[in-house]
Design a protein. Structure first.
Lengths: 153, 119
């Protein structure tokens, strides 16, 4: 008789039934693609920092420090996306905003005062060396994180 | 030898990206055949890693530095398998998008590798 029953679709089912509210997933569906890109940029920024530091930190201290900061921000957002839950969502949202601000400030800074940067960072020239993905990524991230809230609540 | 492999990896990676992009467009997850495609690209990338290390051992040097070259070789090898694992646990069209994105990243890495090796 099981086959004859009409199933209630997921969208019709009331959500109240679930006892303890499960921490919702941020890293599935379209979020999976974001996890991939943030993961790639974590590795890219981190390895870039390591290579740059190994070559001599004094060559361009400001640029290398900014690369390290970028690596940390990317790493934290990747972790938050994988972890999921409201707290991680908020933290990731703040970091995405910081990331966007970082790209815009550093991007403008490198154009306005190139002498301050003997070597480039991930965020130089608004991320031109990385196909402008550093600008696109935080915007997409924030759209996804804001939408994830309305879906979950 | 290395340049030929670089071109081969880049071309197969772009083909994989198009294939998985098509699967995503048709709202399909990655299937067995896609994973075979990923394996082919990964084997080529592994061959490239081996050839690159052998050339370094022979005393040839990349134009833009050893550390960067090795980092890019390892990154190229890891890109597609990593995206493949993500798509294993994401059985929707978004898994296919992830692999397509991974293959595009690999193609970009190959262009950079070509510049780094120089000669």
């Amino acid at each position: 008789m099981t086959s004859g029953e009409t199933d209630v679709s997921d969208t019709d089912r009331p959500e109240v039934a679930a006892a303890p509210k499960p921490s919702f997933e941020l890293g599935t569906g379209p979020g999976r693609v974001l996890v991939w890109f943030y993961g790639v940029f974590t590795v890219a920024a981190a390895s870039r920092t390591i290579v740059e530091m190994a070559r001599g930190f004094d060559r361009a201290p400001l640029a290398y420090t900014l690369s390290a900061v970028a690596a940390l921000v990317y790493g934290f957002i990747t972790y938050s996306l994988v972890r999921g839950g409201e707290k991680a969502r908020r933290a990731a949202l703040v970091c995405c905003a910081a990331e966007l601000l970082g790209v815009l400030v550093v991007g403008a800074w490198t154009l306005a005062e190139p002498t301050a940067f003997p070597d480039s960072t991930v965020w130089s020239d608004f991320g031109m060396g990385y196909l402008f993905i550093p600008v696109i990524l935080p915007v997409t991230g924030m759209i996804w994180l804001r939408r994830a809230k309305t879906v979950a609540v | 030898m290395l340049d030929a492999l670089t071109v081969a990896v880049a071309v197969t990676a772009l083909a994989l990206a198009a294939w998985c992009g098509h699967a995503a467009y048709r709202d399909q997850p990655t299937k067995d055949w896609h994973f075979i495609g990923m394996a082919v690209v990964s084997v080529l990338a592994l061959a490239q890693l081996v050839v690159g290390v052998v050339q370094l051992a022979r005393g040839e040097r990349p134009e833009q530095g050893m550390a960067v070259f090795i980092a890019y070789l390892i990154g190229s090898f890891a890109a597609v398998p990593a995206a493949g694992f993500l798509s294993l646990t994401e059985r929707t069209r978004w898994g296919s998008v992830t692999v397509a994105a991974g293959a595009v990243v690999l193609a970009v890495l190959e262009v950079r590798l070509y510049d780094i090796w120089g000669n």
